[in-house]
Design a protein around this ligand. Structure first.
Ligand code: PLP
Length: 233
């Protein structure tokens, strides 16, 4: 990683004859940074054909309409080593149904189709996924809420001199710099607000916060302001 984002140059430099698969999420989790289509395309051009590139696009829908992000699926004919995975768990709100999909060259999909467990997605989940794909109104509403509220997080951070890592997902990562993020998370928990510290990634001062409804976000802003005030005293 470089500046909290996948370091494509370093990944290219690390490829050797034993490299079978390169896999990463774009946008990334748990930080939410993203590689633009231009940079991703140039990267794919340089990866050897024998190495599979798996791009996990779980948060892809949150950037629809942003000119920096094309539909990666358009590149499948050009890059036979490209695999794109997506999910209905995020923008479509169907996490409980456990359904997602993969886009790749027929040579790859036919192998995985033979390897996958039979009946790995149930009929109800498939019906819901098809309906979700047709429900443009719901997706637009979700993405619109997320885009608008993400800006409010950036404004909140600016106002309180906090550093928010630019996010392209439905969550934000805020760096509290001088403060222990776990202690803040603990206080938030007692106020009924659940956020995620990133100790497992050795990021002691960063919290990952899911973007909610305007009301939920207001509550988060108010609680953090109270905590910061207490900490400064
Ligand atoms: C990058 C990424 N990929 C995949 C998933 C999970 O997707 P699913 O619910 O389809 O297993 C997540 C969810 O946290 C994620 O962050």
């Amino acid at each position: 990683m470089k500046n909290y984002c996948a370091d494509l140059e370093a990944i290219l430099a690390a490829i050797d004859s034993r490299t079978r698969i390169i896999a990463f999420a774009n946008p990334s989790n748990p930080i939410g940074t993203a590689i633009s289509s231009k940079d991703m395309y140039n990267f794919l051009k340089k990866v050897p054909k024998e190495t599979l590139v798996v791009i996990d696009e779980a948060y892809n829908e949150f950037n629809r309409g942003d000119d920096s992000f094309e539909d990666t699926a358009k590149w499948l004919d050009e890059f036979e080593n490209l695999i794109v995975s997506r999910t209905f768990s995020k923008a479509y709100g169907l996490a409980g149904l456990r359904v997602g999909y993969m886009l790749a060259n027929p040579e790859i999909t036919s192998i995985l189709n033979r390897l996958r467990a039979p009946f790995n997605v149930n009929i109800a989940a498939l019906a819901a996924a098809c309906a979700a794909l047709d429900d443009k109104e719901f997706l637009d509403k979700t993405v619109e809420n997320n885009t608008r509220e993400r800006v409010r997080y950036a404004e909140f951070c600016k106002k309180n001199s906090l550093f928010m890592i630019p996010s392209f997902a439905n969550f934000v990562a805020i760096d509290f710099k001088d403060y222990d993020a776990s202690a803040i998370a603990d206080r938030l928990l007692h106020m009924g607000v659940i956020v995620r510290p990133l100790l497992g990634y050795k990021l002691k001062t960063i919290l990952r916060i899911s973007i909610g409804t305007p009301h939920e976000n207001d509550r988060f802003f108010k609680c953090v302001e109270t905590i910061l005030k207490d900490m400064k005293n």
